[in-house]
Design a protein around this ligand. Sequence first.
Ligand SMILES: [Fe+2]
Length: 346
Amino acid sequence: MKLFSSNLNLAIESSCDDFSCSILKKNDSKINIISNVVYSQDFIHGIYGGVVPELASRNHIKSAIPAVNIALSKANIKLKEISLVSVTSGPGLAGSLLVGLMTAKTLSYALKIPITAVNHIEGHIFSPFLNSNIKEVFPFIALVISGGHSHIYIVKSHEDIKLIGKTRDDACGEAFDKISNFLNYGYPGGKIIDELAEKGSINAFNFSMPMEHSGNFDLSFSGLKTQVISEINKLGGPKHLQEETVFDIFACLRETIAKILYKKVMSVCEYTGIKDVSISGGVSANSRIRSIFLESGKLNVFFPEPAYSTDNAAMIGYTGYFKKPVDPIINKEIFYNINAEPSWEL
Ligand SMILES: [Fe+2]
């Protein structure tokens, strides 16, 4: 599909606990990010050990207009210059999605400019190509890993994306969060565990890899989380662990998750014969996951810049250029029906 001809895109992402607004510009076939503003709520949800949906949407209400204003001002662009709005319409938390959607639909309607509704996971899949000289080479395999997703896709084009494997229970980021929370090391667990794992030994514990020989491309992280918790309880529980033991647990957990992901993606690559792999989502920033893929030398692996690993509107704007625009006047019925799709699967 050709890129949408309109060149200045205001994108909004609010599917979980971050509210983000980005301004993008398209020149010929090149898409540039001019600004990308993210209002993080980690400090709000940290005390609960995870995202509280009601708090996330309520805080998005406070962030929405400032995020749009700051993104415009950083880009040195006036609202009237915007010619397209892109917004995440799913999957995600319903209340959170609705705040971003209503902000975007209001802008589209008031400015009389088209809107494109974007799938959040699709945004992640293409995030390694943001602000990058790496061109999309179809087909490629996409691994999306975060607190909410552990999905593997075959991507043949912007219109042809097929799910080939996914977690049957917890996402890998969820496993990091839950273990960190169980040991009282805070939220978000993935980042904390990645840092402290450097001080531990990967040989201290031997955690098995669920679904390793499943014969399909699905994943599972709930069993691994249970193994780790059971090991901690055998050692007397979270309050009785030496700090060194916690570091060893973190190192072994991170190593096991990295190996599970690497082996599963390798099996998809061997099955399909595809060697180009995009790895995205918040957990793609994990240093061991990056190194296990990069050091293998068997695959061409693309990671997003750290700023575009976690949720951001730039990836939504980028993907939005490839979607069919909906005009709020000409396509009134379709426009009115753009809604939150909390369970939208690609
Ligand atoms: Fe995400």
